[in-house]
Design a protein around this ligand. Sequence first.
Ligand SMILES: NC(=O)c1ccc[n+]([C@@H]2O[C@H](COP(=O)([O-])OP(=O)(O)OC[C@H]3O[C@@H](n4cnc5c(N)ncnc54)[C@H](O)[C@@H]3O)[C@@H](O)[C@H]2O)c1
Length: 465
Amino acid sequence: MKMKFKLSCIVLPVFTVMIALGSCVPAEKQSEETLFTARELFPEPPRTAGQTDVIELRCNPIDTVRVAFIGVGSRGKGAVRRYTFLEGVKIVALCDVVQENLDKAQDILLENGLPAAEGYSGPEDWKKVCEREDVDLVYVCTHWDLHTPIAVYAMEQGKHVATEVPAAISIEECWQLVNTAERTRRHCMQLENCNYDFFELATLNMVRQGLLGEIVHAEGAYIHDLREHIFNEKDGYWNMWRLKHNEKRNANLYPTHGFGPICHILNIHRGDKMEYLVSVASNQFGMTEFAKQRFGKDSDYAERDYARGDMNTTLIKTTKGKSIMIQHDVTSPRPYSRIHLLSGTKGFVQKWPVRGIALEPDAHSFMDNAQMEKLLAEYEHPITKEVGELARKVGGHGGMDFTMDYRLIHCLRNGLPLDQDVYDAAEWSSIIELSEQSIANQGMPVKIPDFTRGAWKKVDVVTYH
Ligand SMILES: NC(=O)c1ccc[n+]([C@@H]2O[C@H](COP(=O)([O-])OP(=O)(O)OC[C@H]3O[C@@H](n4cnc5c(N)ncnc54)[C@H](O)[C@@H]3O)[C@@H](O)[C@H]2O)c1
């Protein structure tokens, strides 16, 4: 007994000192390998023999792109309307399980002088739509659970596919998209409209032209108070699909809007790639609070156990040493924000909550508004110059939606690589499950899979052809 006591007297303090020392290793001596080894929770599955990557995939030009829309709820109807303004397009099929939505989408065609498209309303009819011989592009605007199943099936039927965000809701689905696109050699684009916001495009142009120097850090977000929509039983999302996801998962559920523009600016999987992330979520307060006020404190909604913490903050490190912060909050009363912040060696830009640009040698404070507007005009992106005027008229989030549609059809008609490829879709969507895992493990660093399986060095800049 005596001996044991003596040993513990020595061992315990030594052990304590070792831990203390470990946590005090000077920063320059800490290496990511020794102290913060990111957990590889999702190892990259080997590529099937004979299958190759689809970086800069070019397909045969399509003179008239025959489009089928699946899911014509709030977002899908808007897309149908915008497509009536595009040249070189024929809308051949519309599919939705709600007959009223289908009828309204047909009306949009008729009101714009176009013939009605063939309508489909069965829950599995999207398969029939994908199987049609006369479809080149399947455009998916359903709830999240069907994005990947439809995209995969469409590519297997030889169709190009464009799907609303997020393209996938699990890492398994991300790989399904990548493998199917590589095997079938079909385009799979995630419809990330925010990449075409005029301000974001101008900042992309500024970065490409070196105005901000080397981008060191970037921030994006999806901060949008959606409580009225999420809890709207009558006119909200179909079958309250968004509430169900918010109820089940604690993650950054909707990462792509703030993230897509930043990833293109940082040339992710075109010369740089994401290494690992850490993610932390606040607890959940907002949904319960809202439900109590709206439905009563004893209501079913108020008593539910919502999984998703209101504010999620995810930090990412890239191979070339850049850092990214990405946030998600759809249940707090705050002004809308996608942040869109770029911090470079020569300057700084942000879009929300207030737009501002600061450049060397006066980067200590924002330049005045007149100077900023002049600069934004000077760096207007060539795509905005080409289509911005029409896009503003057609609308859709101020014109960025139409710009996205225009670019997709332009590339398909000219046999060009799309602006956003399947690896973008997988990378941007993968944040959902990766953040979920990190949150569940007290912010544990999680390795981000290389969905290109080594092809990320093939080109060194994102090009909008
Ligand atoms: N990019 C953006 O700015 C933006 C904006 C809003 C929504 N979205 C995305 O668009 C998608 C749709 O959102 P929404 O607001 O239109 O939701 P919504 O609920 O209004 O629309 C979903 C539609 O899918 C239909 N649907 C359900 N099951 C179907 C099936 N088996 N076959 C065919 N149709 C089916 C529903 O009837 C409904 O019309 C979501 O992924 C959302 O994240 C993107």
